[in-house]
Design a binder for this molecule. Structure first.
Ligand code: GAR
Length: 208
């Protein structure tokens, strides 16, 4: 059974999708053993507690810089003996101190079809604002491995979602979550825990 540690910064609907999938038996070889938040008081922590999952808070603002925070996060993840680390709406970019300690063992959900609308500054609602400003007709979500390049790691799963006339960033965000994110992230977790993802020539290959 692989130990899954989930990193969160906000409302935690993606965490909820993971907790629900685990409860339905859809992640048979994985168990969510800890949820770590980058700030106290976020609703994601309540969701974890309701499911009896231990929580920890590692406050970003308690550290002077990203590197110091990354080292502290690495040590916490090692202490938790994480086999898989899932960024589920985790809004801090961690540096190579973490990425090098967990190569191809950390995955992130991004609310667009990478390589569109990704990288520094593209997070949360901003991603959907940018998609609407560009007038794209299709957007979606991507699950990828985390490397020290922001949103640049090997792509594991993607799901397209239609953009509709009259969409606001909030409406589009909700549709991308419902039709893509909440399905893709648990599926990627299950694939990882079943050893169904292989890295070949720097790309992620899913063995169905
Ligand atoms: C989700 O849409 C997630 O894809 C996005 O933030 C939202 C968090 O919602 N993540 C990023 O933009 C990361 N770059 P949640 O807290 O309800 O899961």
């Amino acid at each position: 059974m692989k130990k899954i540690v989930v990193l969160v910064s906000g409302g935690g609907t993606n965490l909820q999708a993971l907790l629900d999938a685990e409860a339905r038996g859809e992640i048979p070889n994985g168990k969510i053993t800890c949820v770590i938040a980058s700030k106290p008081g976020v609703y994601a922590l309540e969701r974890a507690k309701k499911h009896g999952v231990p929580t920890r808070v590692l406050e970003r603002k308690a550290y002077d810089n990203v590197h110091a925070y990354s080292i502290a996060m690495r040590d916490l993840l090692l202490e938790e003996e994480a086999d898989l680390v899932i960024y589920a709406g985790f809004m801090t970019i961690l540096d190579e101190a973490v990425c090098d300690a967990f190569p191809y063992r950390m995955i992130n959900i991004h609310p667009a079809l990478i390589p569109s609308f990704c990288g520094k500054g593209y997070y949360g609602l901003h991603v959907h604002e940018a998609a609407l400003a560009k007038g794209v007709k299709v957007t979606g979500a991507t699950v990828h491995f985390v490397t020290s390049e922001c949103d640049g790691g090997p792509i594991i799963l993607q799901q397209a979602v239609a953009v509709k006339n009259g969409d606001t960033p909030e409406i589009l965000q909700r549709r991308v979550m419902e039709e893509a994110e909440w399905k893709l992230l648990p599926k990627a977790a299950a694939l990882f825990c079943n050893d169904q993802i292989e890295i070949i020539d720097g790309l992620a290959v899913v063995k169905e």
